[in-house]
Design a protein around this ligand. Structure first.
Ligand code: SF4
Ligand code: SF4
Length: 285
């Protein structure tokens, strides 16, 4: 079973839930594979404390044009759907920051004037946590604009053993990197908070999950603040609320010190344990 933990906005407690769930699953049965796909700001390692032992660069293949062979026919610019290559007078310009490394221009060049050079945009790291969780994360290099290829590479690099549960910590929002992280999930746990902003972003996240045909459920964090708009929306949209985490200053202080949710109090551990049990039972059914 592949569970993606996502949220329409940052700071809702997505990583708190994802890491907490991984820890209670590891205590109750075979440890899951945890993928931190929040590649612009990965922070699951603060809670899971893995010993990272493997590392691999993520490259994009950027075209390089041999102007001596080029006839300036413009075919490469025509086929590039990202407008990353332009033919101007007797010059061909490549814009690496727009290039997705798809190889279309190279394949379509009639003169074979294009070669590809690797450009490192990020890194993948993996290891084991003290709880036995297989942990892997992606890190986008500073200044690189495209997170999706790093997420795609991470999902390909570390795959689950037969029957192993996968927990994916998605980036916040509902843009392309989130789509990439959610793709292939059996369930989306959408973490939100009971505020008008939380409701607005939850609506977008639900729309995205439905667009991708992924069953979704909500987890309400900081329960007790704000209003009942999120609860009403969940009822009307048929979105099950699987867990409510009350707003609590001690909890916030514990998380800020890098303590995972199940460690902070027995009540939270029991809540997460019940959630994990329910998800694993549904996966077996
Ligand atoms: S497709 Fe090839 S030959 Fe045509 S403009 Fe582009 S690089 Fe030059
Ligand atoms: S590799 Fe793809 S994205 Fe990059 S310039 Fe060529 S066609 Fe455009």
């Amino acid at each position: 079973m592949r569970i993606v933990v996502a949220s329409g906005k940052g700071g809702t407690g997505k990583t708190t839930v994802a890491t907490g769930l991984a820890l209670v699953m590891a205590q109750a049965g075979p440890p899951p594979l945890f993928l931190d796909c929040d590649v612009e700001a990965p922070n699951a390692h603060f809670f899971l404390k893995p010993a990272l032992s493997r590392r691999e660069d993520v490259n994009l293949l950027i075209p390089q044009v041999d102007l001596a062979r080029c006839t300036f026919c413009g075919r490469c610019a025509e086929v590039c759907q990202y407008h990353a290559i332009a033919v101007l007078n007797r010059n061909v310009m490549v814009f690496p920051e727009l290039c997705h490394g798809c190889g279309s221009c190279t394949l379509n060049c009639p003169e074979r004037a294009i070669t590809e050079t690797p450009h490192v945009i990020g890194v993948l790291e993996a290891g084991q946590t003290p709880a036995g969780i297989d942990f892997a994360r992606g890190l986008l290099n500073i200044g690189e604009p495209m997170a999706s290829p790093v997420i795609r590479a991470l999902k390909k690099w570390r795959t689950a053993a037969p029957g192993q549960t996968v927990i994916v910590d998605a980036p916040p929002g509902t843009s392309c990197p989130v789509v990439e992280a959610m793709h292939g999930a059996d369930l989306a746990l959408l973490v939100t908070e009971p505020t008008p902003f939380g409701l607005h972003d939850l609506r977008l996240a639900v729309e995205l999950a439905r667009h991708l045909s992924i069953p979704a459920a909500a987890i309400i964090n900081r329960d007790g603040i704000g209003d009942d708009g999120v609860e009403r929306f969940c009822r009307e949209a048929g979105l099950p609320v699987l867990m409510r985490i009350p707003f609590d200053r001690e909890l916030a202080a514990g998380l800020a010190r890098g303590r995972p949710l199940p460690e902070i109090s027995p009540a939270h551990r029991a809540q997460l344990g019940a959630l994990a049990g329910r998800l694993l039972e549904e996966a077996r059914a």
